[in-house]
Write a protein that binds this ligand. Structure first.
Ligand code: HPA
Length: 274
C-alpha cells in the first residue's frame, strides 16, 4: 500500500479517537518507560489498535501510545520502538516519527540504551547525542522521495538541535545529573559487537553504540523536525576487558537511570516555549 495513504489513515484514526494538539513527541527506549508515569493521560492505545502500525515484538517493550499533558504541553509518548533487528522495514521503524509530525508535533525527544565506547563515560551515566554515525545497512529515505514529508536530499549538518541540547545541559547542572555529550553509532544487531568491532567503532569516532535512534533522527531531519536524544549507557564496551553481555543487567542499569532521564525530559518539556 502507498505510504502516504497509510500514514494518512493512521493519522485520521488517531484524530478521530481524540488526538488534538500535539507539542512534543517522545520515543521511550528500552527500560525507560517511567516518564509516562508523569503524564496526565488523556488517551492511550496499544500499537495493535492503530492502523498500519506493526506490533512491537520485543518482550520488554510495551507497544503503547500515550497522549496527554506533561509540563503544560501536549505530548505523544511512544512506549516501545520498532527496531530494525526485529525484522521491520525502515519505513515501519520510522512510522511513529512520521505520524507524530503529521499530527503536529513540533519537537522530538528520543531515549535509548547504548553501550559506552568512551572510557570516561561509565555505566549508568547519560549521554546527550551531539552527532551520529549511521552503520545500519538500510535507510528510511531510500526510494522515491516522499515530497509531502521533506526534500530528496535532507541536510544532516546538525541533526540534533543545539538549543534543545543546551537546555538539557542546563537542567542537568541544576539537578546535579551527570550528562555527557558525544557521538552515537547505530549498528544493526541483534548480536553484540566483537572486541575488534568495539575497537573499530571507537576508532571511527563514536562514544556510544546502539541499535536504534538513527533512522528516527533521519526521518525527523527529513521533515525539518528539531530533535534531542539521550542515551543511557548500560554497559562498558572495553575491548581489553570485555564482560559477556547480560541483558538483565542492561535493563537494570537502564531502570536505575530512569529518574534522571525523566527529570531531564520533563523539565525540558516544561521549559519549551511554543
Ligand atoms: N552494543 C550495541 N547495542 C547496545 C549495547 C552495545 O554494547 N548496549 C546497549 N545497546
Amino acid at each position: 500500500m502507498d505510504i502516504k495513504i497509510e500514514l494518512e489513515e493512521s493519522v485520521a484514526y488517531l484524530k478521530e479517537k481524540g488526538i488534538g494538539e500535539v507539542d512534543v513527541a517522545i520515543v521511550l527506549g528500552t527500560g525507560l518507560g517511567g516518564l509516562v508515569q508523569h503524564i496526565e493521560v488523556h488517551q492511550e492505545w496499544s500499537y495493535s489498535r492503530i492502523p498500519h502500525l506493526p506490533v512491537a515484538t520485543v518482550e520488554f517493550h510495551f507497544g503503547k501510545l500515550i497522549y496527554g499533558k506533561l509540563g503544560g504541553k501536549w505530548v505523544l509518548a511512544w512506549q516501545g520502538r520498532f527496531h530494525y533487528y526485529e525484522g521491520y522495514t525502515m519505513e515501519q521503524v520510522v512510522k511513529p516519527i512520521r505520524i507524530s509530525r503529521l499530527l503536529g508535533a513540533k519537537v522530538l525527544l528520543i531515549s535509548n540504551a547504548a553501550g559506552s565506547l568512551n572510557r570516561d563515560m561509565k555505566k549508568g551515566s547519560l549521554m546527550c547525542l551531539e552527532d551520529h554515525i549511521n552503520l545500519l545497512p538500510e535507510n528510511p529515505l531510500r526510494g522515491a522521495n516522499l515530497d509531502f514529508l521533506g526534500p530528496r536530499f535532507p541536510d544532516m549538518c546538525k541533526p540534533y538541535d543545539a538549543s534543545l541540547s543546551a537546555k538539557l545541559f542546563a537542567i542537568a547542572r541544576q539537578h546535579e545529573i551527570s550528562l555527557y555529550t558525544g557521538t552515537y553509532v547505530s549498528v544493526a544487531g541483534p548480536q553484540l559487537e566483537t572486541r575488534a568491532e568495539y575497537r573499530y567503532l571507537r576508532l571511527i569516532g563514536a562514544d556510544a553504540v546502539g541499535m536504534s535512534t538513527v533512522p528516527e533522527v533521519i526521518a525527523a531531519a527529513h521533515m525539518g523536525m528539531p530533535c534531542a536524544a539521550v542515551s543511557v549507557l548500560t554497559d562498558e564496551c572495553n575491548p581489553e576487558n570485555l564482560a559477556p553481555f547480560d541483558v538483565n543487567e542492561v535493563l537494570a542499569v537502564a531502570e536505575s537511570a530512569e529518574p534522571s532521564l525523566t527529570t531531564l525530559f520533563s523539565q525540558l518539556i516544561k521549559e519549551l516555549e511554543f
